[in-house]
Design a protein around this ligand. Sequence first.
Ligand code: LMR
Length: 394
Amino acid sequence: MLTNLQQQPADALLALIKLHNADPRQGKIDLGVGVYRTDAGATPVFACIKAAEQKLLETQDSKAYLGPEGDMGFVHALMPYVFGEGDPTKGGRIDGMQTPGGTGAVRLALALAKRAGVEKIWMGTPSWPNHAQIVADLGLELKGFVHATKGGRADMDSLRFAIGQAGAGDAILLHGCCHNPSGIDYTHAEWDEIAALLKARRLLPIIDLAYQGLGHGMEEDAYGLRRVLAEVPEALIAYSCDKNFGLYRDRVGAVYVMMASADQVGAALSNGHALARAAWSMPPDHGAAAVRLVLEDKALVKLWLGELGDMRARMLQVRAKLAEAGVAGTIDLSPLGKQNGLFSIIPLTSEQILSMREKHGVYMAGSGRINVAGLTMGNIDQFIAAVADVSGAG
Ligand code: LMR
């Protein structure tokens, strides 16, 4: 039977990690998978996490099972940051559960939508490639629209048209901030309009907030999510701490449901528990426990927000330097100065992307996406020169 399983291509993004590692060249540059790097090219464990892990080591007295919902202290401690201080539960209408990373959160959000009867998922393209893979794996139908215009803004006409075409009961998957792969986010005015449109058309929003704090700040990056939640009766939110706590391989995420009334939340989430039990039983504990310990300690929160602020400042510095370079070959780098988060797209052809890798040792995704944080003040000129070289005008 098992020979029926045909060879599958490796995930293109994850394959880049191995390709880059195998390259013996000194000056190679890894702009592939989305991990933050310092100006020295390192991805260190956050100091706030190290401190929390130390506490965990000293105080954790058991590793007995928790349950499919994971660490609810973690899930609840995050809520004021995600949904706002005051009443982050919106009168008990929002609650959640822990998931294995942001991918687990997206998977569970989409599986919950499917269980609720959703058949079609609307999504701007390009998107994070795993979005479409998860939609397909769940047997949901993907309906695409164009995310961004050539001018580097969100393509609101395409989005309006898509929302107009969508039927009540369809779901729409939106990136809360730091759009992956384009870095092109909706403005506040655009979010205001989107929130009203979703309400009018009775679409179920699924908001993927995987990069909160990497754009303009924890509060600022939640604007779109909170505007949508203020309008619609129900929503699903997929959250990741893998980036904003630097916990990538520890897989720390959460999925939240917002219902029209508080008494409906338990039933909805019980489906999440059942889906989790059948898939992974319960999420890994360590990273979420460390995040909880950070969030429970004012001094560690301050340390964390400072570390996040330093990451943002560095990415802004890289973006400013790219924008300052203006045109490299035939590629205008100036729009990158206005984009948000870890990613932007350099509109190179497949051959040019291959040439970036083979001739210049610059590893970027096949979509033209670069991880801006892979650039440092030490290698950015080399990158700009490589773009100029492969894109022709020289
Ligand atoms: C990325 O897009 O590089 C990250 O979200 C990592 C991943 O899992 O793909």
